[in-house]
Design a protein around this ligand. Structure first.
Ligand code: NAP
Length: 464
């Protein structure tokens, strides 16, 4: 039986759920298909967003890595870390070496807002702040000094909730987590006292999920402030669209209950304050040398639900702004990309070429396929769908049909270019080093190695 050779690009949830689906669906096929999967990542560490996107104080979500580990440990799956598509290998190399390629590189860039002052010192993409506190090797650990007393977080999705919580939480509570030591020290020295979370529409239109939202109100030492006039505002929503949204959606009802509960809560005079605002659309980030404020315009929904400005302006005095208005994918060299949706054009996971036809042997999964929506688990069914397309094409003798041997193996190709991929066994040395570091620091089970150099020296030690 010929073995189907598949490359999956990206070892985050979408990539590893794809590898898992390939193993499971090929075994269940009639007749079964033999498959080998190479999971390739530009980073030397696997798990993508689970390692570099999930907040350190969310251990239950981070434990998804324990499930994904079983995929990497499957005998028919191989991890090739530190291999960059576009630098170390090209799309053409991959297509020459494998029967099929599945792109699953997620969404790692922030969406731009297009307002004045967006690039002032002190204005950051929330994605950068998340990468920083997660110890992403692309981030310099000195990027954030946290010397601002007041911070605005723009956006009311779960990332905004994450960054607001990390800023407001008593940093001592993060000691047992895997947060990198330089990050913990910066949080310990943080001058931040006021965090303003700002939504351009109302609480019924906010994107956060109720469980995550509720957690904000449970932080010790944090007063949470909401203006009742911004919760159930007839001026802002004359057609009562928020009420209709609440009737139709349990999540919206849950969010409104939590937010109304906050409005009724007496203030305790706590050390830090978290103010959640609605119906305010950012129009400019103010400042000359660095951020000194955020100007917002009050908004309302018209009868049809379209957001409009009222012309009423307000400047919130802040020295730092985190723009948490969503992620977007970046194009992969040579792979079709729709800049409008920031996704790879596809039909049920089959990459669509410029002529509108599927490109043989090329597939896409996860946020790169459908945009940055849903929770991590959403990628499981999404990946399974792309793999169904891949195996159906194979069975039909179409794209993805195994070609026989005689192809250049990727390992030989990389060796000829002097690129030594990081294996799963190499990565396990990082895990051990992180456990040892936690022991030395007297912290929890593990503390992340945060610099590229530290990771490289552990997973690619110099030959003795
Ligand atoms: P998101 O859920 O799409 O939220 C983006 C927010 O930004 C929305 O409130 C949006 O408001 C606002 N926004 C967009 N453009 C704006 C602009 N120009 N000015 C002002 N506000 C603007 O994105 P996310 O928070 O980055 O989350 C991405 C995905 O990851 C989501 O599926 C999320 O649930 C998931 N996630 C989950 C967890 C968890 O489960 N714990 C944690 C983090 C992330 P509009 O609605 O008005 O556009």
């Amino acid at each position: 039986m010929t073995t189907l050779q598949v490359a999956v690009i990206g070892s985050g949830p979408a990539g590893l759920y794809t590898a898992e689906a390939l193993i499971k669906q090929s075994a269940a096929a009639d007749p079964p298909v033999s498959v080998r999967v190479d999971v390739i990542d530009r980073l030397v560490t696997p798990y993508g967003l689970v390692r570099y996107g999930v907040a350190p104080d969310h251990p239950s979500i981070k434990s998804i890595a324990e499930y994904l580990r079983t995929v990497l440990e499957h005998p028919d799956v191989r991890f090739l870390g530190g291999v960059h598509l576009g630098e170390d290998v090209t799309r053409e190399d991959l297509l020459a070496s494998y029967d099929a390629v599945v792109y699953a590189t997620g969404a790692m860039r922030d969406r731009r807002m297009g307002i004045p002052g967006e690039d002032l010192p002190g204005s950051y993409a929330a994605t950068d702040f998340v990468n920083w506190y997660c110890g992403h090797p692309d981030m310099d650990m000195d990027t954030f000094a946290l010397d601002a007393e007041s911070v605005a977080v723009i956006g009311v999705g779960n990332v905004a909730v994450d960054v607001a919580r990390i800023l407001a939480r008593d940093p001592a509570e993060l000691r047992p987590t895997d947060v990198p030591q330089p990050v913990l020290e910066t949080l310990m020295a943080s001058k931040v006292r006021d965090v303003h979370v700002i939504g351009r529409r109302g609480p019924a239109q906010a994107k956060f999920t109720t469980k995550e939202l509720r957690e904000l109100g449970e932080l010790s030492g944090v007063d949470i402030i909401v203006d009742p006039a911004e919760i159930d505002s007839v001026e802002a929503d004359p057609a009562g669209l928020s009420g209709l949204a609440a009737e139709a959606d349990r999540r919206v009802r849950g969010n409104l209950t939590v937010i109304r509960g906050w409005a009724d809560r007496p203030l305790a005079g706590d050390v830090r304050r978290l103010t959640v605002r609605f119906w305010l659309r950012p129009s400019a980030i103010e400042g000359t040398e660095r951020v000194s404020g955020l100007t917002v315009e009050r908004t309302r929904l018209d009868e049809t639900g379209v957001l409009t400005g009222t012309g009423e302006l307000e400047t919130v005095p802040v020295q730092m702004v985190l723009r948490s208005v969503g992620y977007q994918s970046v194009p992969l060299p040579g792979v079709p990309f729709d800049p409008g949706t920031a996704t790879v054009p596809n039909s049920e996971g089959r990459v669509i070429g410029p002529d509108g036809a599927p490109l043989p042997g090329e597939y896409v999964a996860g946020w790169l396929k459908r945009g940055p929506t849903g929770v991590i688990g959403t990628n499981k069914s999404d990946a399974a769908g792309s793999v169904r397309s891949l195996l159906a094409d194979l069975a039909a003798g179409g794209p993805g049909e195994p070609r026989d041997t005689g192809r250049p193996g990727l390992a030989d190709l990389l060796a000829a270019r002097g690129v030594a991929p990081v294996s799963y066994a190499d990565w396990l040395r990082v895990e051990r080093a992180e456990a040892e570091l936690a022991g030395q620091l007297g912290r929890g089970a593990r503390v992340k190695l945060a610099s590229r150099e530290a990771l490289e020296s552990v997973c690619r030690p110099p030959a003795s």
